[in-house]
Design a protein around this ligand. Structure first.
Ligand code: FBP
Length: 552
């Protein structure tokens, strides 16, 4: 197989572990802390997790390894969307497992959680693992979005584990996957299977974080990749001085990715979905807000700019969510067939006009025709509008254009507005992990094995103090139940890890808020450039501005 020069070099990179994991397996001891309680709904969570609730938080430290040396056979799965560093979690897990006992084995279940149900696996060896060290992607075993959540599935997984003598399962995933990891851990404990479950926090969206988990892996590399591209576009905009660039960035729901990219590149505009919701902003308020920047800059000779739009923003616009809800109702069940049978868009439009409330119809009428059609044509298997497919970068540029046409008529705006559109998502999910993610992920995997070795079940691998150099990181584990509360999901009360949205009183947003007016008027662009893997620490190893601000 032909390899790129960077890939060859990255194979040689030795990820950095926290100091307490560096002295060799025989010198890793465990220190137990206080018993834990869940962040909310303690009695309910305790009742749902009688065997795994309330366990102690732990940290590792230098000392004599007192774990029982039995043969371990560990299964690992990757769950959900790709995130840079996933391969290194598996490499760290493998290295710790083999360093502890050469007889230990690591099974990789293929294609995500479904691999565990279908018993589709590979057994890793050195050659296999070495080909994936410090590389991006999840192609080592693939990933998937099947949810492991029912008793029937758990029973099948228990059988698969029994068949191979598996002693522990490591689930690398986001908030939902780790919620399910906790439920599986409880199932295994209550059925005396002896199988342990350990989770690892993954997602480029950055929304799996809380007082214990400082950040999910992949967020650092993905935002660095997008910020490089946004910075390049800013420089192009500032060179050509003739385009407004509307750039949508991934983040299914939370705006952490958009906010971090804004902190790194200082664009003219960055929408933050959580603020849109808090301030109950309408589409036209948002369009006017962006148009104010376009107008000011045009009046000062700058007919160019850059606006970052978070992927999930439209769902946070109250009037837009109402519209989506009404459309879902309008086409529920067999009504969709009647709609689809209508011959032309004009007929369909008349059908829509009859079915929507006048408030929603006026929102619908504002939308460009392409977006209107998207709302009705691209629907998921349950018939619901697929909000994530809405091209919100095009939506907002079209709405801004309409506002500017009006302002031109009034004589307040005299500039030229020419918009270009971009969507940065998949570009960042499989990049070579930054040094931070390579180190963090390797540590998460290595640490996950130490949790297994010391017999913990239902824990999340926890590495903290992440804004400091890796040697100062702290390795340990936290019971997943500590992060849970009860939320209403699909009409039922469920124990879940709370998704972390951008906090409007948090330091990252506050910093952005304090500077955005200046950024919207002046050209304050920052050009972060490409991720650097070799060179001074302050260029290569520093993590996100979000984390630095949160921990300053
Ligand atoms: P995870 O939450 O599973 O990590 O995935 C996040 C994400 O990358 C979002 O940013 C994006 O909206 C979504 O996945 C895309 O999903 P898909 O890979 O199914 O297209």
């Amino acid at each position: 197989m032909k390899l790129s020069p960077l890939q060859i070099e990255r194979y040689k990179y030795q990820p950095k572990l926290p100091a307490m994991l560096r002295n060799g397996i025989n010198e890793i001891s465990v220190k137990e802390g206080k018993e834990t309680t869940s962040v909310a709904d303690q009695e309910k969570i305790k009742a749902l997790f009688p065997n795994t609730y309330g366990k102690k938080e732990i940290v590792f430290e230098k000392g004599v390894n007192t774990s029982v040396n039995k043969k371990q056979i560990v299964g690992v799965i990757l769950s959900g969307g790709q995130a840079p560093g996933g391969h290194n979690v598996i490499c760290g897990l493998y290295d710790a497992l083999k360093a502890t006992n050469k007889e230990n084995e690591l099974y990789g279940f293929k294609g995500g959680p479904s691999g565990l149900i279908e018993d589709d696996y590979v057994v890793f060896d050195d050659e296999f693992i070495n080909a994936y060290r410090n590389t991006g992607g999840f192609d080592i075993i693939g990933s998937g979005r099947t949810k492991l959540e029912s008793e029937e599935q758990f029973a099948v997984v228990a059988e698969v584990c029994k068949k191979h003598g598996i002693t522990a399962v490591v689930i690398i995933g986001g908030d939902d996957s780790n919620t399910n990891a906790a439920v599986l851990a409880e199932y295994f404990a209550s059925h005396n299977t002896g199988v342990q479950v350990i989770g690892c926090p993954k997602t480029i969206d950055g929304d799996l974080k809380n007082e214990d988990i400082e950040c999910s892996f992949g967020f650092d590399t993905a935002t660095k990749t997008y910020a490089e591209l946004i910075g390049n576009i800013e420089r192009d905009a500032n060179s050509a001085k003739k385009y407004w660039h509307f750039i949508k960035v991934m983040g299914r729901s939370a705006s952490h990715v958009a906010l971090e990219c804004a902190l790194k590149t200082q664009p003219n505009i960055c929408l933050v979905s959580e603020e849109v919701k808090e301030r109950k902003m309408s589409l036209s308020q948002i369009a006017n807000y962006i148009a104010d920047s376009v107008e000011y800059r045009a009046n000062h000779g700058m007919n160019f700019g850059v606006a970052i739009i978070p992927e999930g923003v439209v769902e946070f616009v109250p009037e837009f969510s109402t519209l989506i809800h009404e459309i879902n109702e309008l086409l529920a069940g067999s009504k969709a067939d009647a709609f689809n049978a209508l011959p032309s868009w004009a007929d369909k439009y008349a059908f829509i006009e009859k079915g929507l409330t006048s408030e929603s119809m006026s929102v619908f009428a504002l939308l460009p025709q392409g977006i209107q059609q998207q709302l009705f044509l691209e629907r998921d298997p349950h018939g619901n509008v697929q909000v994530s497919l809405i091209e919100s970068e095009k939506l907002f540029s079209a709405l801004v254009k309409d506002v500017l046409v009006e302002r031109k008529k009034n004589g307040t705006y005299k500039g030229k507005f020419s918009a270009l559109h971009h969507f940065f998502g998949y570009e960042g999910r499989c990049a070579f992990p930054s040094n931070f993610d390579a180190d963090y992920c390797y540590s998460l995997g290595y640490n996950a094995f130490m949790l297994i070795q010391y017999g913990y079940n239902g824990y999340l691998s926890k590495i903290s103090n992440l804004s400091k150099p890796a040697e100062e990181w702290v390795a340990g584990g936290m019971p997943i139940t500590k992060m849970m509360n009860i939320e209403r999901r699909h009409g039922e009360d469920k124990p879940v890890i709370r998704k972390a949205l951008v906090e409007l009183d948090g330091k990252p947003f506050k910093y952005f808020e304090a500077h955005r007016e200046e950024w919207s008027k002046e050209t304050c662009y920052l050009y972060p450039g490409a991720i650097q893997y070799y060179g001074p620490r302050e260029v290569c190893d520093i993590t996100t501005i979000t984390l630095l601000l949160e921990q300053e």
